[in-house]
Design a protein around this ligand. Structure first.
Ligand SMILES: CC(C)(COP(=O)(O)OP(=O)(O)OC[C@H]1O[C@@H](n2cnc3c(N)ncnc32)[C@H](O)[C@@H]1OP(=O)(O)O)[C@@H](O)C(=O)NCCC(=O)NCCS
Length: 177
């Protein structure tokens, strides 16, 4: 398993004014971006449920994604709790990587963490020689779409109807690396 370099992210005091977040419960501790461990699973499940309340992964799915792709899963850790994660998986021919999931807890959104997770993934994929990054996003998810566009992703393929089943349309976004 290839270790991720750990990245320390200062507490939000150094990044944004606390007034922006005064009405939200938040943890004001520095975050570390690091590779996931088995001990993280319960926290990972909690973060996923918070990020995707309508369609969280069942525990067993996240467990098996960890078993299969644990070295492709980055988390944001404040030392006690996780606050975000990203999972990316590369096809067996090494050509394309899918960003399978990206989530940041509500109390930590809007401070650049989603972007940091994505930038680390893209850095890693480029270093590995992967040629294309690809992801799906709900067509109404303006925040995520804005993030992906700002990173250079485009949606030439447009919306695929029923991509994840009936009435589960998804926008397909791609980025040449
Ligand atoms: C999408 C998500 C991961 C973004 O994480 P985040 O840490 O809040 O995002 P960042 O602070 O890094 O913002 C990066 C960019 O995203 C866009 N963005 C973030 N929040 C936004 C919002 N509420 N409205 C519009 N654009 C937004 C902006 O382009 C922003 O860049 P800017 O700050 O320079 O304007 C987070 O909102 C989330 O977890 N949402 C629920 C789960 C989800 O939808 N995941 C994506 C599934 S495809």
């Amino acid at each position: 398993m290839t270790a991720f370099p750990e990245e320390r992210i200062p507490s939000r005091g150094g990044l944004s004014g606390p007034a922006l977040f005064h009405d939200q419960a938040f943890v004001d501790r520095p975050l570390t971006m690091r590779g996931v461990t088995e001990a993280d699973l319960p926290e990972l499940v909690r973060v996923d449920r918070e990020a995707f309340p309508q369609e969280p992964y069942p525990y067993f799915v996240l467990r098996q994604l960890f078993d299969l792709h644990g070295d492709r899963l980055l988390v944001l850790d404040d030392g006690e709790h996780l606050h975000g994660y990203v999972l990316f998986v590369t096809t067996s021919d090494g050509y394309r990587s899918w960003i399978v999931s990206l989530g940041v807890t509500r109390d930590q959104r809007g401070r650049g963490l989603g972007r940091r997770l994505m930038l680390e993934v893209l850095r890693r994929l480029r270093a590995e020689g992967v040629r294309e990054a690809r992801l799906t996003v709900e067509p109404t998810n303006a925040a995520a779409i804005a993030l992906y566009r700002s990173l250079g992703f485009s949606s030439d393929e447009g919306v695929r109807k029923d991509y994840f089943g009936v009435d589960e349309d998804r926008l397909i976004m791609t980025l040449g690396l």
